[in-house]
Design a binder for this molecule. Structure first.
Ligand SMILES: Cc1cc2nc3c(=O)[nH]c(=O)nc-3n(C[C@H](O)[C@H](O)[C@H](O)COP(=O)(O)OP(=O)(O)OC[C@H]3O[C@@H](n4cnc5c(N)ncnc54)[C@H](O)[C@@H]3O)c2cc1C
Length: 375
């Protein structure tokens, strides 16, 4: 089949790998002007490990993995370590694989047959199924028009394909009351663990892995209406949330955000939809069922969803509706579990009061080794 995949995140790339391996003719489209990089290391867990194993990628991904046992410490306003980040409470099992999003995306991209078309800087703006629904006619922001047998929306939390098929995001999003911001810092080389500072309702941190360093911000807030593609607006929102905070490393970290052309900022929200397909269009990954970064399972869900959908299309040749239904039935239990797992996550990352910060620190235990200053 001729299949359009919208989005080149983990879900879109994994889908393209699974579908091209089965002989489908896949075109990818990505709204960003180029391959997107950045973000914290992400986890591959549970049955998603089986997915990457079947693709023959597990040994390479293990080689590239990040050591999850060195997850870091919580510090006070002076940078003194006051508690240990509980890595063992975050992992499901010792088999969990933690890897940078960039490494995973690159390994998946390397699996694509050469010449797989990827169009950057474009977005789906219209989907129509004329003449009894034998194909989907797709309109693009660029003015281009093309027909496909199937359209698969793997375009993330703010999916354009979902908007066109199921309506505005506000009808399906459940905001969990937290926002995240992430920027690259210059590599530090220092052998110090990741550090995280909390003030009621705020977290600022430095994540360190494989010689890289990231500025990490989280803050509690109700829904903030803004353009998700307006980088300057996102930087202003973050600066406002941390205005007046000069303690610890916050000014240096905010400075890195101001200078970062690839700042990552998003709401910690979930997407809840009763169905993930309509006609010849289906949703995969965060577009269908974002569980939020607090679940630590978004990437695993993207991988299982891509595999289940590709396998279902194989098992139901000529019957995409039966394939979409089988995909949904297999994927739904994983999604329900992941979406239900976030309940206490915000209280660990951004406790709302000094009392809950102290209670969190007491519950996770003290740091095992003193932390040197990184200034
Ligand atoms: C740059 C980046 C950094 C991230 N960092 C973190 C992190 O630090 N922690 C965390 O928990 N999660 C992070 N995520 C989200 C995490 O990758 C996903 O939750 C998970 O991997 C599921 O992947 P996905 O492919 O469904 O969604 P995503 O990874 O969000 O990928 C969706 C892709 O679709 C593209 N897209 C969006 N709109 C359109 C459109 N209209 N047309 C075409 N393409 C479109 C996006 O640019 C993106 O490349 C990040 C995502 C991105 C894109």
């Amino acid at each position: 089949m001729r299949i359009l995949v919208s989005g080149t995140g983990v879900a879109g790339l994994a889908l393209a790998v699974e579908l091209t391996a089965r002989g489908h003719d896949v075109s990818l489209i990505e709204r960003a002007p180029e391959f997107r990089t950045g973000g914290t290391p992400i986890d591959i867990r549970g049955d998603a490990l089986g997915v990457v194993d079947r693709l023959g990628l597990l040994p390479r991904l293990r080689e590239l993995s990040v050591d999850a046992t060195e997850s870091g410490v919580f510090v006070d306003a002076d940078g003194t370590a006051v508690a240990r980040v509980p890595a063992e409470q975050i992992s499901d099992s010792d088999d969990d694989l933690e890897i940078t999003r960039d490494d995973l995306a690159r390994v998946l991209t390397d699996q694509l047959p050469s010449g797989t078309p990827v169009r950057y800087g474009d977005s789906v703006t219209a989907l129509e199924e004329p003449d009894g629904g034998g194909r989907v006619d797709v309109g693009f922001l660029s003015g281009h028009r093309e027909s496909f047998d199937l359209v698969l929306g793997a375009d993330g939390l703010h999916s354009a394909v979902r908007h066109l098929t199921f309506g505005p995001e506000s009808g399906h999003a459940r905001h969990l009351g937290v926002y995240l911001g992430i920027s690259k810092l210059p590599p530090e080389g220092a052998q110090v663990p990741s550090q995280f500072y909390n003030y009621p309702g705020l977290m600022a941190g430095i994540m360190r892995f494989k010689g890289e360093a990231l500025a990490f911000f989280a803050f509690r807030s109700g829904w903030i209406d803004h353009d998700h593609h307006d980088l300057a607006a996102q930087k202003r929102i973050l600066a406002d949330a941390f205005a007046g905070h000069t303690e610890w490393e916050i000014p240096r970290l905010l400075d890195a955000v101001r200078r970062d052309p690839a700042f990552y900022f998003d709401a910690v929200s979930q997407i809840h939809l009763p169905v993930w397909h309509w006609g010849r269009t289906a949703l995969v990954g965060d577009a269908a069922h974002c569980a939020s970064p607090l679940s630590g399972r978004g990437t695993s869900l993207a991988l299982t969803g891509a595999a289940f959908l590709a396998e279902a299309l194989d098992r139901h040749p000529g019957d995409h509706t039966a394939a979409f239904e089988e995909y949904t039935a297999r994927q739904r239990p994983y999604v329900d579990f992941a979406q239900a797992s976030v309940e206490e996550g915000a209280d660990v990352v951004v406790p709302a009061t000094w009392e809950t910060i102290h209670a969190r620190n007491a519950s996770v235990g003290g740091p095992e080794a003193p932390v040197e200053s990184v200034r």
